[in-house]
Design a protein around this ligand. Structure first.
Ligand SMILES: Cc1ncc(COP(=O)(O)O)c(C=O)c1O
Length: 448
């Protein structure tokens, strides 16, 4: 029987892992996973890990979910893939109809890509190209928010504002203008979150007054800026931003790649603000974490600006080989069926008080600041005895990660921010395990 060590040896001789300083694996090797079941991952030595981060914010309904498995298997015997230019297929048509029905009203057209970053590229190019087709060629720039993250391709990095990802590639990137984040944690003493919202909207107005004439779109992660540390803002910010984009004639791109599909407590975060963006990007949870897929929804008026007699004139000549893959679409349809069948949004809402009860001891912990929750995302920051952030070089988050792994939980802190973003399948007992291990991880990580 092969052991973890066998696989680790083979892994480290051929693989280059994503978002990883490979030398770190000298002291903490990658964990080879043999199988998954429900909310747990199992390695080759028989150890298990509770997947508290949904395997990079993807998994919604547990690993090896029998319902989704069956649907993918059935699709596999029908059609594994077909080119989506000039051809079409049942799962992609049905998925498009369902997404149009479920997303905020006015989003009537669905374009596909095969991962989140590519979905962002589509959104940026579509917005730019729309303005060109609308005889506004001077609109070539974008506005993004401080601390934003929209993926790792060069276009997506251009609308990102996390130096850890952008700095090295600066010579290759065409940076967006950056507006202040409405992140509630940025409240000054005596300020409320509503004050931060008002301040951020006022700053956005100032920027648009100067730059709207050359701006294609404002891009935003609605309600939670995930990668920058689960920074949360009020729905009122989105409502205000929609009004500003209308007033200044720029598109609003909502990147719900991480927060879509129930993470914020509603199927889509934009619902809480009662807004329809001009372009909505979905990925990650769209297939419940099974297969790569991105859907980019837009309005009939944007779609019509591309409709013309000759392709070279105005058409959107963007494509990816696996665009709208039938297996991925089948997984997405099964995902939507599970939301409906199990009333997932309502059930999650009912569990919120239990989650708050379990996180209360963490909120009260002297080494935790800013415990916050939006829907099914809970986050908290490690702080020192004076309530100050630790220096990054201390790698306290990494210590918490190791402690949690030793105690059967996959937590993957973002710097010094610990967070929970698990599948919706956790039982009450599993939530309890998660809270207890997180408390232990905080103690272990903050020991002097
Ligand atoms: C908000 C947001 N947008 C875009 C992306 C990029 O998605 P992908 O990793 O599939 O390229 C991510 C990934 O974490 C994300 O969180």
């Amino acid at each position: 029987m092969t052991t973890n060590q066998d696989w680790i040896n083979r892994d480290l001789s051929v693989l280059w892992h994503p978002c990883t300083q490979m030398k770190d694996h000298e002291t903490l090797p990658p964990i080879p996973i043999a199988r998954g079941k429900d909310s747990w991952l199992y390695d080759f030595d028989g150890r298990r890990y509770l997947d508290a981060i949904g395997s990079w914010w993807l998994n919604l309904f547990g690993h090896a979910n029998p319902f989704i498995n069956e649907r993918i298997k059935a699709q596999l015997d029908q059609l594994e893939h077909v080119i989506l230019a000039g051809f079409s297929h049942q799962p992609v048509i049905e998925l498009s109809e369902r997404l149009v029905a479920l997303t905020p009203s006015g989003l009537n057209r669905v374009f596909y890509a095969d991962n989140g970053s590519s979905g962002i590229e589509v959104a940026l190019k579509m917005s730019f190209h729309y303005w060109r087709n609308a005889n506004r060629p001077e609109k070539t720039r974008f506005i993004a928010l401080e601390n934003s993250y929209h993926g790792e391709t060069l276009g997506a990095l251009g609308v990102g504002n996390m130096s850890i990802f952008t700095e090295t590639y600066a010579p290759l990137i065409r940076p967006a203008s950056i507006a202040p984040s409405p992140d509630c944690q940025q409240a000054d003493p005596g300020e409320t979150c509503a004050d931060v919202t008002a301040r951020a909207l006022a700053a956005m107005r100032d920027l648009l007054e100067q730059e709207a004439h050359q701006t294609c779109a404002v891009i935003v992660e609605p309600l939670v800026q995930c990668a920058a540390g689960m920074r949360m803002h009020e729905p009122a910010y989105l409502t205000g931003l929609r009004a500003l984009c209308d007033e200044f004639d720029v598109h609003l791109i909502a990147d719900e790649i991480a927060v879509g599909f129930g993470r914020t407590g509603t199927l889509f975060a934009c619902e809480q603000a009662g807004i329809t963006p001009d372009i909505l990007c979905l990925s990650k949870g769209i297939t419940a974490g099974y297969l790569p897929l991105a859907a980019i929804l837009t309005t009939e008026s944007i779609y019509q600006a591309f409709y013309a007699d000759r392709p070279s004139q105005r058409a959107f000549l963007h494509s990816h080989s696996y665009t709208g893959n039938p297996l991925a679409c089948a997984a997405a349809l099964a995902t939507l069926d599970l939301f409906e069948r199990d009333q997932v949004i309502e059930r999650n809402r009912q569990r919120a008080p239990m989650i708050d009860r379990l996180s209360a001891p963490l909120a009260a912990h002297p080494h935790i600041a800013n415990l916050r929750r939006t829907g099914m995302i809970v986050a908290m920051d490690l702080v020192d005895a004076r309530g100050q952030p630790y220096p990054r070089s201390d790698r306290r988050g990494q210590k918490a990660y190791r402690y949690a792994l030793d105690h059967e939980v996959l937590l993957r802190p973002l710097g010094e921010t610990l967070y929970w973003m698990p599948p919706y399948t956790l039982s009450d007992d599993e939530w309890q395990i998660l809270a207890e291990v997180t408390l232990g991880a905080v103690e272990a990580a903050t020991r002097a």
